[in-house]
Design a binder for this molecule. Structure first.
Ligand SMILES: [Zn+2]
Length: 195
């Protein structure tokens, strides 16, 4: 039987609010030497978690308090904002694949142990779909492909320029930010499909 079960073509959505990933160096500058993040809850991607800790972030134009830190610590500090957040802060971060912070704007971060000014690290995450190699085969795509995604409902729309990320460690999920989620009127857990 070649007909695919329609259910299998759907991808759950995860809508990400603004958040911070910290390097070990920056974690210790903000929270103290030897500090370890405390897990508040697991995220859908294996090994990733929302920590109990938050930081305040600010520019000369604006600030956000209590921005959630996601663990574990990473090689480079990265602050992921929506474009609406960036407007409020008066900065112009690039739309980027996670992990690529070269040439991005910096920001001031305030933690309980100190305040740091980082010279780069603020990005708007490029929307993407995490999937396993088995998912990729099922969808007929490969790592770094760019696809269109159909969202149904009151604000039904097709999202273009969606990056496919394939890794054995991933769980199937499309990640969008709050601007994108609101534009399509979709919430975490709702389903979309590759067009
Ligand atoms: Zn993601």
């Amino acid at each position: 039987m070649t007909e695919m079960n329609t259910n299998e073509t759907f991808i759950p959505v995860g809508v990400s609010g603004r958040h911070v990933h910290l390097s070990r160096e920056h974690l210790e500058a903000l929270f103290g030497q030897g500090y370890e993040l405390k897990k508040m809850k697991d995220l859908s991607q294996p090994g990733q978690f929302a920590s109990e800790e938050t930081v305040d972030i600010m520019t000369t134009k604006g600030a956000f308090t209590r921005v959630r830190i996601l663990g574990p610590v990473r090689k480079d500090t990265q602050i992921e904002l929506s474009l609406s957040d960036a407007v409020k802060l008066g900065i112009n971060p690039p739309i980027r694949d996670s992990g690529n912070v070269t040439g991005s704007p910096g920001i001031v971060m305030v933690g309980p142990n100190g305040t740091i000014t980082i010279d780069k690290g603020v990005i708007v995450a490029l929307r993407h779909i995490h999937m396993t190699p088995a998912d990729a085969e099922r969808f007929g795509v490969k790592d770094k492909d760019v696809v269109n995604v159909e969202c149904c409902g009151e604000r039904a729309m097709t999202m273009g320029q969606v990056l496919v990320r394939v890794n054995e460690q991933f769980a199937l999920e499309m990640h969008v930010d709050t601007d994108e989620g609101n534009a399509a009127c979709i919430k975490t857990g709702q389903k979309v499909r590759i067009a």
